[in-house]
Write a protein that binds this ligand. Structure first.
Ligand code: NAI
Length: 336
């Protein structure tokens, strides 16, 4: 199958080429993001492979279908960036990688928590300048703190498992509680209870119309003063303006983000020579208790290897009718 891979970085090429044994598929790597303007670059492809900030709206999908594309291969778990109704109208099949390494994201979430708490990023810089003062670096024990997990699917469950090892009390909110979490000692509660009781709140639910701006001014009012809020899920689950207010009035004591609601304009590129025009993002960067990473939760060797393997297996399954095609359809209620 001819597959055009958009938003391709050198690490994508490394892992896809390594996985595409015997050149089973013909892979063409393109740096541009996929959108209505770039869709014509897929001319001659049977399938396109897209990443999280590619724009798979009606215009893009219509253009792809007109160029003969039949299959959209998402190299992600999330599919909130795809207009599934439009894909159906255009006769396009959409497939994704439902789970590639929940540990990658769960462990990155933990890295954000530990860094924000013990301020190793600031300590690193101090020590390099021979400043061995501990002023301002005081942290807290995670042991016996209450951690609230919003969304206990594959990543939320892996995260719960890590935090149980620290001796934390674990609360969760999820419309579909799971037994694995219950066995770890997680207490399922309603959202207001979780918001009010947690020292640390971590988001692991998908972005849907219901979860858009789930963390808004009203939610912040219910939180413990000084709460640590972590979002490694999708940016728009958090209302950035409300969170900036929460940082200013010190409701939020720590903020860790791996995702940002307007990240399309920023993440995955070296912008170090550019002016940042997003004033909300620039404001976030001014707070000493905010730590932002550029959507790297998934970024481990194991995850990239699994993403390439499952994406190409989806292509093979579509082409040959053999194996499992991880198709995304409108019927599925809980996008990951
Ligand atoms: P999953 O589908 O296994 O789990 C999602 C869970 O959220 C389910 O248990 C579902 O019942 C629950 N949920 C749905 N609506 C909810 C609501 N309104 N409130 C609370 N819980 C709700 O998904 P998985 O694999 O655990 O991924 C979670 C999210 O992590 C993805 O949707 C994606 O946005 C994000 N992600 C981030 C990555 C990164 O690099 N930072 C990489 C991969 C995923």
């Amino acid at each position: 199958m001819n597959i055009t891979i958009f938003s391709a970085k050198h690490y994508d090429r490394t892992f896809f080429d390594r996985t595409n044994t015997n050149d089973r598929h013909t892979l063409r790597y393109l740096e541009p993001r996929l959108n209505a303007e770039t869709a014509s670059l897929a001319e001659g492809a049977d399938a396109v492979c897209a990443f999280v900030n590619d724009q798979l709206d009606e215009d893009t999908l219509r253009e792809l279908a007109a160029r003969g594309v039949k299959l959209i291969l998402l190299r992600s778990a999330g599919f909130n960036h795809v207009d599934l109704a439009a894909a159906t109208r255009q006769g396009l099949t959409v497939a994704r990688v439902p789970a590639y390494s929940p540990h990658a994201v769960a462990e990155h979430t933990l890295a954000l928590i530990l860094t924000l708490n013990r301020q190793t990023h600031r300590a690193f810089n101090r020590v390099r300048e021979h400043n061995f003062s501990l002023e301002g670096l005081i942290g807290f024990d995670l042991h016996q703190k209450t951690v609230g997990i919003i969304g206990t699917g594959t990543i939320g469950t892996a995260f719960a498992s890590l935090l149980s090892g620290f001796g934390c009390r674990l609360l969760a909110y999820d419309p579909y509680p799971n037994d694995a979490c219950k066995e770890l000692g997680v207490d399922y509660v309603d959202l207001p209870t979780l918001l009010g009781a947690s020292h640390i709140i971590s988001l692991h639910c998908p972005l849907t119309p219901e979860t858009h701006h789930l963390i808004n001014a009203e939610a912040l009012e219910q939180m413990r003063p000084g709460v640590m809020l972590i979002n490694t899920s999708r940016g728009a689950i958090v209302d950035t303006r409300a969170v900036i207010q929460g940082l200013k009035n010190e409701t939020i004591g720590y903020l860790g983000l791996d995702v940002y609601e307007e990240e399309e304009a920023l993440f995955f590129e070296d912008q170090s020579e550019q002016i940042i025009h997003d004033d909300l993002f620039a404001r976030l960067l001014t707070f000493p208790n905010v730590l932002i990473t550029g959507h790297q939760g998934f970024f481990t060797r194991e995850a990239l290897s699994n993403i390439a393997r499952i994406t190409l297996a989806n292509a093979t399954a579509f082409e040959s009718g053999q194996g499992t095609l991880h198709e995304v359809t409108l019927k599925r209620q809980s996008p990951a």
